[in-house]
Each structure stands twice: as C-alpha cells, then as structure tokens.
Design a binder for this molecule. Sequence first.
Ligand code: UDP
Length: 239
Amino acid sequence: ENTEPRWSRVLLKLSGEAFAGGDALGIDPVTVSAIARQVAQVARTGIEVAIVVGGGNMFRGQALAERGMDRARADYMGMLGTVINSLALADFLEREGTVTRVQTAIAMGQVAEPYLPLRAIRHLEKGRVVIFGAGLGAPFFSTDTTAAQRALEVKAQAVLKATKVDGVYDSDPHTNPAAVRFDTLTYGEVLARGLKVMDATAISLCMDNAMPIVVFDLLTEGNISRAVRGEKIGTLVSV
Ligand code: UDP
C-alpha cells in the first residue's frame, strides 16, 4: 500500500445529493457523520482539506426556474441550501475532533466567516478544515465551478469530486449495463464527448490551469483517503 500522499492540499467537492442518504431531500445525519469521519481521518494525517458542498438535496436553481421561478432568485435559494449543508458538515466534523471553519460567499456574519481566501489559506496551514458555502455567491454558476475556482485560489493541488458513482462512464451505468468506466481522461475528451464529470465551465477552468480532477464514489469508506494517496480509484481527469 502506498503511504506517501500524492497531494498535501486538496479541494474536496461533495455533492449535496450525498447528504440526503437514501432520501431524495434534506440531510441524513448518519450519512453526513460517515462523510465527516472520512474527512477527519484524512485531516488527521496532516493533509490540508478545503471543501465545497453542493446543494442538490435542497434546491437546484434550474429545476425551480423550470417550474416558473425567476432563475436568479432560485439560484440564490440553491446557494443558501449549500450553507445549510456546510453547517451540518461542520458540526459533524467538530464532533470528530476536527477544527473546522465555514466561509460563505454571501456574507452572513452570525452563521459563518465571509469568504476571505488569505484567511482560508491560514486556516488550512493551521490544520483546520475549511468549508466554502454559498457557491461563488453568483447565480448561473454551479458548486462544481465553485470547487474549481476555490481550488485554484487556495492553491490546492487537485479537485477530488466525490459523488454517488464510482467514476466517469461512457454512458449511464444505471440504464446501460455495458457502460465502460474510464480510468483516465483528458479535459478535451470530457468536453468533446460531453461526459458528465462536471459542467463545462468547471472543466474549462480546470483545463486552463491544469488542475487535476479525481471522480470517485464517496460512500465507500476510506475512499477520500485513497484519492488523496493517489490510489487508482474512480477516474482521473488531467492534461
Ligand atoms: N448555485 C449558484 N451559484 C453558485 C453555486 C450554486 O447559483 O456559484 C445554486 C444553483 O442554483 C445550484 C444550487 O445552488 O443548482 C445547488 O448547487 P449544485 O446544483 O451545484 O449542487 P450539487 O449538484 O453539487 O449538489
């Protein structure tokens, strides 16, 4: 087993969907505490961990807009959902003994620190986990794009995209049993084939800055640590 970690500072992207556990919506404490345990395990080994949490278990702006809401306002609801998830994760991380700070792109001083990149880096250097809530603070973006941007700004070495699937496939593995999983991909292949890794804005940002992305299954215990150590799990997207 490889014990030398591949990266010393990572940006972990957690999909909001994962927070709901078996439910469609809301927060499942058992699932969030299991995620927190994995993150705490990695943080204890001295890896600096910054996290962007999605909000798909609360609201997706696009889905609300399709049902008649103004898109921008619906997106702000989506961003606020990510803050709720961030607070839940912070709570379970603190229970694991991991010192955690939440920073939000929409200022809400009673709830969290404002997003201050230099302070976020200081937290990371001190071994604190930093969770970035409220996305980029701007409608028409996603938390995947937020993950790419925050990874670049806090100088993480990789985006670890933890989801419900164990990598990137050439077709939907739920509907096509013959779907094939990729071990590695280039950004260009992802864009050209329209593969559902992250949205095109996020992929382009990573491509322009050679930020590697690892897509893997979050709910397999120990996977975050495996991804950090560079074990062959999921799909690696790079140059
Ligand atoms: N969102 C936004 N700007 C951002 C990040 C998120 O408007 O910078 C909104 C958008 O409506 C999105 C929702 O927040 O649908 C939840 O985020 P996302 O869909 O990325 O969550 P995930 O799919 O990762 O759970």
